[in-house]
Design a protein around this ligand. Sequence first.
Ligand SMILES: [Ca+2]
Ligand SMILES: [Ca+2]
Ligand SMILES: [Ca+2]
Length: 320
Amino acid sequence: MRIHWKRSTLSVSVGVFAALTTSFSPNADAQLITFAFEGVVTSVGNPLGLLDGSVFVGADIKGSYTFDTSVMSAYGDYAFYEPPNGIRVDVGNYRFQSALSAPELRIDVTNDRDGIIGADVYLVRSRSNESIGAPLDLNILENSWWLQDPVGDPFSRTDLPTIPPDPSQWGLNLLLIQGFDPQRPKPVEASIYIAGQITSLYVVPTRIVIPIDIKPGSDINDIKPMSPGLLPVVVFGSPSFDVLAVDPATVRFGPKGAPLAHRNGPHFEDIDGDGYADLIAHFRVRETGLSTDDAKACLMAQLADGSEIEGCDSIRTLPQ
Ligand SMILES: [Ca+2]
Ligand SMILES: [Ca+2]
Ligand SMILES: [Ca+2]
């Protein structure tokens, strides 16, 4: 497989549409969406023997990409610069992923390119990636997934798809990772490449991160893990998060997932005085599974619509 051809074709596709970018103000109902995927390696370039034997033709690919529906575009070229937007691809012993603190994820949605009905493209491309450290020491310049269909007609517009594309509807299906050795000036040839196909995708339920306060009124949050007592935890409501939507039966706290200590559920009160109701839960300390090694503790719950929330706070544990 000739990788230069793939690379230059991708660049042209992105370049043409980047020139037409138009951004609008963020959408108030923005949502983070994660598509998980599975696939298979179809081709490996490893001329220097840098990759170990865990990457081979036929090896499993697993990964996911996350994007934000607040990004608007008139021409189908969506750009995402804030974490947790990005892509993660696991192959063998390696993880190829977008830069964790400064990602640049692009999703290009092209309908009827050059006026040809059915010349549709869906391109997910991470342009800023974490390097692969020792012993490999590679800069990852390409981490993308490209669907193109010259015969069918999967898209009729350039809206950002919020349900996963069906790979079986597309003629071309190419996942491509290329790594370059930073010691070599101006690399022309990739030091490694991994090509594959994505065979299935599914939506990962969104987990909403919410602020909590363990032991309201105390900043240090001292906990004696073996104490027979109760631990109060506040979940803060906000304009975008109504604590009344929390399903009390699903509330869990700590590594062992302690349930609410009170059978009649949490109570509600505006603890911080911001005008939005907050949820006050109590847990039996011994049921939380916290130990003297822990420096933080988290609360998890589901909302009535099935989405998940999580909030964490620091703790200081004390021996009995
Ligand atoms: Ca089309
Ligand atoms: Ca506190
Ligand atoms: Ca409040």
